[in-house]
Design a protein around this ligand. Structure first.
Ligand SMILES: [Zn+2]
Length: 284
């Protein structure tokens, strides 16, 4: 059975990989590449066992899978974000975790809880078969990244800043895209010779040095995972850093880039550390 599922996923990948590379991929890659070396032996073994064969035990290579299947799994597109009330800068699960039709639990925090619960059945022969735990792992790994992107917990009426037109230096884009991609891409070009692996190395080094104390605190969670905490931090960062000083047609250049990229790096680091901590608690 395991073999068949891998084969199917490989086929799906063949169809989807060539067209879909691009937006958002590096942010997810960075999060998962930070997480995987931090896994306990038990979690690393479970992840290796669940990953599709084509991933070659590299979680990062399939971390953006959930974005590629959005159109195929139409039900999943509401699970990548949370819309919070305009300008309030707060998040509450009971108030905000719903989709556009008002169906409860359909948001990125609800999805993290759901796929965590599914993965907790790993190794339990009676209940494991009702879930596709490979897909659960890929969804959870992706959504732990999304919830740390500040504008994935944004305001409702601008759809997480997707309707705010800006210029990133000379290029026309929207503010949401600046936080999904542009800041990371500009960092890679300017500081890392356009090499994402060098950026990952730099963030990993910070996690074990300047952020070593904080990283312990990032992992802390009295349950298996704490998406409400991550989402609350997210909307605060969206207000304090992403939306701040930006209006329709703003031109965002060095001032914005140099002050915001530390926040992007912090959120990437937190996402990776917490993904590992969550998987260690699930499989531990
Ligand atoms: Zn996503």
């Amino acid at each position: 059975m395991e073999f068949c599922r891998s084969q199917i996923l490989a086929l799906v990948a063949l169809f989807l990989f060539p067209v879909a590379y691009g937006w958002g991929i590096d942010g997810h890659l960075i999060t998962c590449r930070i997480a995987q070396p931090r896994l306990s032996k038990a979690a690393a073994d479970a992840v290796e066992n669940l990953l599709p064969a084509y991933a070659d035990n590299d979680l990062g290579s399939v971390c953006a899978w959930a974005d590629r299947v959005k159109f195929h799994y139409h039900w999943s597109s509401a699970l990548h974000f949370i819309d919070t009330p305009d300008n309030l800068c707060t998040y509450q699960y009971s108030r905000d975790c719903k989709d556009e039709d008002g169906i409860k639990d359909r948001c990125v925090a609800g999805a993290i809880n759901n796929y965590t619960t599914q993965l907790l059945t790993y190794g339990n022969e009676n209940s494991a078969s009702q879930y596709n735990l490979t897909e659960a792992l890929l969804f959870l790994s992706h959504f732990m990244g999304d919830i740390h992107q500040p504008l994935h917990v944004g305001f409702t009426s601008d759809r997480g800043a997707n309707t705010i037109d800006v210029h990133w230096y000379t290029r026309k884009t929207v503010l949401h895209h600046v936080w999904d991609n542009s800041i990371i891409e500009t960092e890679e070009e300017r500081f890392y010779d356009s090499n994402v692996n060098e950026m990952i190395d730099a963030i990993q080094k910070n996690i074990t040095t300047v952020w070593a104390k904080q990283a312990k605190a990032w992992e802390a969670c009295s349950k298996t995972t704490c998406p409400d905490l991550y989402a609350s931090e997210g909307i605060k960062a969206a207000c304090d850093w992403a939306y701040k000083g930006v209006h329709e047609d703003s031109v965002l250049e060095d001032d914005y880039f140099l002050t915001r990229s530390p926040m992007v790096n912090l959120r990437l680091a937190q996402g990776g550390v917490r993904l590992a901590a969550t998987l260690n608690r699930i499989f531990g």
